[in-house]
Design a protein around this ligand. Structure first.
Ligand code: ITT
Length: 211
């Protein structure tokens, strides 16, 4: 039997690296859009929730390729800012904004706000479209505090500003090995691993039955 394929709908290379690392023990081939020859599919992320956007991204790619497709929509929700930047995290300081610009804007918005009021959550929603077109969604959340200045060189996005609860360090200081065990993405993918394992088992049963 061919190894099952999971195509990632994300164009963010950092997410691809994290997802590949977290799913590495599953007996599936994890492919990027580029791996399957897809490049310029522009998907407008106009949903009001991470879930809406994740489903939209996964569906758009599932229409184009064989196999399972998974999309990740994620963001940073800061308590003091009423949940901003939230679903708009990628473009907080404008269309095509860089991580540095977004981090600068966040620090500006939190200027003068004391540590005890700088609580925040990273949230991730993953949408999986199965080969039969069924949609499964899972989510994960990770609590922390926004630092007073950027710290650390690893990771991406808001990682240099996010001090994870239970640690005295930002995700960018902790690095991939720790982040991929405790992050919002890791928590969501833990559930997705179980769903994919069930799908693969059901598939195996179907194979045996059809023989
Ligand atoms: P795709 O839509 O192609 O997957 P994207 O980067 O545009 O890639 P999102 O729309 O989900 O992804 O935006 C998520 C943004 O939230 C991302 O660009 C970061 O700024 C931030 N973010 C999400 N997860 C993060 C993480 O683990 N560490 C740091 N920042 C994160």
């Amino acid at each position: 039997m061919n190894k099952s394929k999971l195509v990632l709908a994300t164009g963010n290379p950092n997410k691809i690296e994290e997802i590949r690392d977290i799913l590495k023990e599953l007996p599936i081939e994890v492919l990027s859009k580029e791996d399957v020859g897809l490049k310029n599919i522009d998907i407008e992320e106009d949903g009001n929730t991470l879930e809406e956007n994740a489903i939209k991204k996964a569906r758009a790619i599932a229409n184009e390729v064989e196999g399972m497709v998974m999309a990740d929509d994620s963001g940073l929700f800061v308590d003091f800012l009423g949940g901003a930047p939230g679903v708009h995290s990628a473009r907080y300081s404008g269309e095509n904004s860089t991580d540095e610009e977004n981090n600068r804007k966040l620090l500006e918005e939190l200027k003068g706000v004391p540590m005890e009021k700088r609580g925040a959550s990273f949230k991730a929603v993953m949408a999986l479209v199965t080969e039969e077109g069924k949609i499964i969604t899972v989510s994960g959340e990770c609590r922390g505090t926004i630092a007073f200045e950027a710290r650390g060189k690893e990771g991406f996005g808001y990682d240099p500003l996010f001090i994870v609860d239970g640690y005295d360090k930002t995700f960018a200081e902790l690095g991939e090995e720790v982040k991929n065990k405790i992050s919002h993405r890791a928590k969501a993918l833990d559930q997705l691993k179980k769903e994919i394992t069930k799908l693969l088992e059901d598939d195996g049963d179907a194979d045996i039955c059809s023989k």
